[in-house]
Design a binder for this molecule. Structure first.
Ligand SMILES: C[S@@+](CC[C@H](N)C(=O)[O-])C[C@H]1O[C@@H](n2cnc3c(N)ncnc32)[C@H](O)[C@@H]1O
Length: 264
């Protein structure tokens, strides 16, 4: 059952949807729906990536392309269940000559070669089926590939313990019904618990409904929750009209994202 669910979590990524992904997901959804603009995610990459990096659940490779490395050319390995994601990402960062490996991270991963100093798992966990404890098997499978003291980082969309707008709740329910997301039981407390079971130092900060994670095998992380609250107050006419205009724009963007997922 989990095999089918794992398949559903990656099946949406085709050459066509990958061509739209950066704009629709990293542009519109991250800022407008999940309240975590992609520059926050890029900053997380920039802060924690090391020159010997393993990226898992790679998508289009947007962040690997934008991040900068100082010093020697980095050694980068890419892992993903979906061959289209793997080839789109590898093509985008071909200047680094990445090694690719197709695998399901919920199953044991064998990877010959040197270990890594950083592991990126960005926007992956909410695609994986099961409870947070099932998803954490991905860490059990990947941590043996890491050097002592390595950093693990990324972000995932949560439902529990974070503030979500009505629109975010609706879209998440829709994506869960389609099997694109599997985060109905994902909470900040659950994420923190699974990380703390496996890592010495864990730092998690919630931005909108995104739970970022950073862990070091040897030292660890922080938790910060900055909720996105909607203020209920009387607005003068000008502000009311501007608010209506914003709602129309957000709705149009949500429809665009929904169309992307349903018909892409
Ligand atoms: C939402 S995209 C994230 C892309 C990228 N990391 C980013 O931050 O934009 C999720 C990626 O995880 C991959 N994926 C989903 N389930 C997987 C699994 N069980 N094992 C490996 N990769 C998986 C998908 O194919 C897709 O490339």
């Amino acid at each position: 059952m989990h095999k089918d669910a794992a398949h559903a979590g990656q099946a949406i990524y085709t050459p066509l949807t990958l061509a739209l992904y950066d704009q629709a997901v990293l542009g519109v959804s991250c800022r407008g729906l999940w309240r975590c603009p992609s520059h926050e995610l890029l900053a997380n990459y920039q802060r924690h990536i090391r020159p010997d990096h393993l990226d898992v659940g790679v998508g289009t490779g947007y962040f690997l392309d934008k991040v900068s490395f100082s010093g020697r050319a980095p050694r980068i390995a890419l892992m993903d269940l979906n061959p289209d994601s793997l080839s789109a990402c590898a093509k985008r960062i071909r200047r680094y000559q990445p090694v690719t490996h197709q695998c399901n991270v919920l199953e044991p991963v064998t990877f010959p070669g040197e270990r890594f100093g950083s592991l990126g798992m960005n926007l992956l966990l909410h695609c994986l089926p099961g409870e947070m404890s099932d998803k954490a098997c991905a860490l059990d499978n990947l941590l043996p590939l890491m050097n002592p003291g390595a950093t693990v980082f990324g972000a995932t969309l949560l439902q529990g313990g974070v503030e979500r707008s009505v629109m975010a709740k609706g879209l998440m329910a829709l994506y869960n019904a389609k099997g694109v997301f599997n985060n109905a039981g994902d909470s900040l407390a659950g994420l923190r618990h699974e990380l703390e079971c496996r890592l010495d130092t864990v730092s998690v900060k919630a931005v909108g409904c995104m739970g970022g994670l950073v862990e070091r095998c040897g030292s660890l992380i922080l938790f910060r929750l900055s909720a996105d609250r909607i203020q209920q107050k009387r607005l003068p006419l000008g502000a009311f009209l501007r608010s209506c205009q914003r709602s129309v724009i957000v709705t149009a963007r949500a429809v665009y994202v929904a169309v992307f997922f349903f018909f892409g």
